[in-house]
Design a protein around this ligand. Structure first.
Ligand code: KG4
Ligand code: ZN
Length: 327
């Protein structure tokens, strides 16, 4: 078995995964969402202090498994430097004291592995990562073969959901609130679909966010308009995704497609992406709802492949990195 630690943003999480069977033996997570809500977003220093409090608490529960752990895995990029460093420090201490190898896991690769928790890998396939920090289309061909096709040029989709919620007066993280409001709304504002005339496969959400902001400023009765604003935003944001994916699918005809990351919990996006995939005769897969947002189970599952590939890292060389560079 191996132990995995996730602390890239506002979720403190630790998991124990069986290397042979890929079974999840323990999975604990303490979300800090409630604590950041009053500030309207994640406050890095507060997140860091809370990880310092929560991670040792969760580690207590993992203690009975430690003597049987063959490796320790940790998210080291991308994310908030001040929170990543806490998970990395804990992982180094475990590696040193148990004399076991250390595995560095890229958080975005971890999200792809959320599809394979307690399962075998599904490869090759095309995956659309939609999280709070990233929006990117990728080809997953295996543990050490992930190709980035396109990325967002500015905001991520999760950020656009969160900012729309904030402008409507809802707390962080706002994605789920926007989906709830949109379920009672109609798409009557016809917000622009970003980059709809561009040949690029890249994504962009800053223009749409601006259109939403202008509409909110124009509204004379925001309470009466909020569901329709949420719906109109969600429809345009999703059209942008499906248009870009369609462009890519036309030339690459994938047989299998997935959506991963926090925003992949959104039912409307799942439905629209599912329609698109089936129009290309492709199958679509999603992570279990409980593994869409950040968690150590996906980091542990990715680490199983790292372990089997002997992809270890040295204690003195492992650092953290806030930005995604490559896999
Ligand atoms: O992957 P994740 O947990 O964290 C990062 O790695 O960034 O994603 C968090 C994002 C937040 O922006 C949150 O608002 C969004 O996922 N989210 C949703 C939904 N549930 C979470 N967005 C839209 N609809 C949802 N149901
Ligand atoms: Zn994430």
């Amino acid at each position: 078995m191996l132990i995995s630690i996730e602390s890239s943003c506002d979720d403190s999480s630790i998991a124990i995964t069986d290397i042979k069977t890929k079974k999840l033996l323990l999975h604990k997570k303490i979300s800090q969402e409630g604590e950041h809500q009053k500030y309207g977003g994640v406050v890095p220093e507060l997140a860091s202090r809370l990880h310092l409090e929560y991670l040792p608490k969760i580690l207590e529960e993992a203690k009975p498994y430690l003597k049987d752990c063959k490796a320790v895995a940790v998210t080291n990029e991308p994310g908030l430097n001040v929170t990543l460093v806490l998970g990395v420090t804990m992982a180094k201490a475990i590696a040193l004291s148990l004399k076991i190898p250390l595995i560095a896991v890229n958080h975005l690769q971890g999200h792809i592995y959320s599809l394979f928790i307690e399962k075998e890998n599904i490869e090759p396939h095309t995956t659309l990562l939609l999280s709070g920090g990233h929006t990117q289309l990728m080809e997953f061909n295996g543990y050490s073969d992930i190709k980035v096709i396109s990325k967002t040029l500015d905001d991520s989709l999760g950020e656009a959901f969160d900012k729309t919620a904030k402008m409507l007066g809802y707390p962080y993280p706002g994605g789920i609130e926007i989906e709830r409001l949109a379920n009672s709304g109609v798409d009557r504002f016809n917000f622009p679909v970003p980059l709809s005339n561009s040949p690029l496969l890249d994504f962009s959400y800053s223009g749409l966010k601006n259109a939403v902001r202008l509409q909110i400023q124009r509204s004379t009765n925001l309470k009466a308009d909020e569901c329709d604003i949420a719906k109109s935003f969600m429809v345009s944001a999703t059209k942008h995704l499906t248009m870009k994916c369609k462009k890519y699918f036309k030339t690459n005809t994938p047989k299998l497609v997935s959506i991963v990351g926090g925003v992949s919990a959104n039912r409307y996006i799942r439905e629209e992406m599912s329609k698109l995939a089936s129009s290309f005769g492709a199958e679509i897969i999603y992570p279990d709802m409980s593994y869409c947002s950040d968690n150590a189970a996906m980091i542990g599952r990715c680490a199983v492949d790292a372990y089997n590939n002997r992809d270890f890292t040295s204690i003195d060389k492992l650092g953290v990195n806030s930005k995604f560079i490559n896999f």
